[in-house]
Design a protein around this ligand. Structure first.
Ligand code: SF4
Length: 123
C-alpha cells in the first residue's frame, strides 16, 4: 500500500507518494527536486531526529541545562537516548555550544549545551 508524506526540506512542502516494498522504498513520486526523494527514503527506512531535552545540573545557576544532539540520531533510539540523559548530572560550569558528552550514547554524535550555566556568585 502506498504511503503519503509531506517533504519538509523546504517551504514548498511537496506531497510525496512512496511505494514501499517491505522496509524499503521502491519508488517516490510527487517531489519537485532530488531532496524530496532522499527525504522520503530516509524518513521511511531510517527516520532521524535531533534530540532536544535537558540534563540535570547541580550547584549551577540552572537546575536543568537544555541540550541537543549535534546531529540527528535514529528515531528508534530516542527512548534509549533519554535513558542515558537521565543518568547525566552536570556539576561544572558550561557555555552555550559546549560539548556535555562526546560520542553521546555511542550514537556517533555529541551532546551539546544550548544554554550557559555558571557557578552562582557568592555575595
Ligand atoms: S521535494 Fe524539493 S521542492 Fe519539494 S518540498 Fe522537498 S525540497 Fe522542496
Amino acid at each position: 500500500m502506498n504511503k503519503l508524506m509531506t517533504c519538509i526540506e523546504c517551504p514548498k512542502g511537496c506531497r510525496l507518494t512512496l511505494e514501499p516494498d517491505g522496509s524499503h522504498v521502491l519508488r517516490v513520486s510527487g517531489h519537485k527536486c532530488p531532496k524530496g526523494e532522499l527525504y522520503a527514503k530516509q524518513e521511511f527506512e531510517n527516520p532521524l531526529r535531533i534530540l532536544t531535552t535537558s540534563v540535570l545540573a547541580e550547584g549551577l545557576t540552572l537546575k536543568m541545562i537544555p541540550v541537543k544532539t549535534s546531529q540527528p540520531i535514529p528515531k528508534a533510539k530516542l527512548l534509549e537516548a533519554m535513558e542515558q540523559i537521565r543518568r547525566i548530572k552536570v556539576q561544572c560550569p558550561v557555555n552555550l555550544g559546549e560539548v556535555i558528552q562526546a560520542n553521546f550514547g555511542n550514537f556517533g554524535v555529541d551532546l551539546v549545551a544550548t544554554r550557559s550555566a555558571q557557578k552562582p556568585k557568592v555575595s
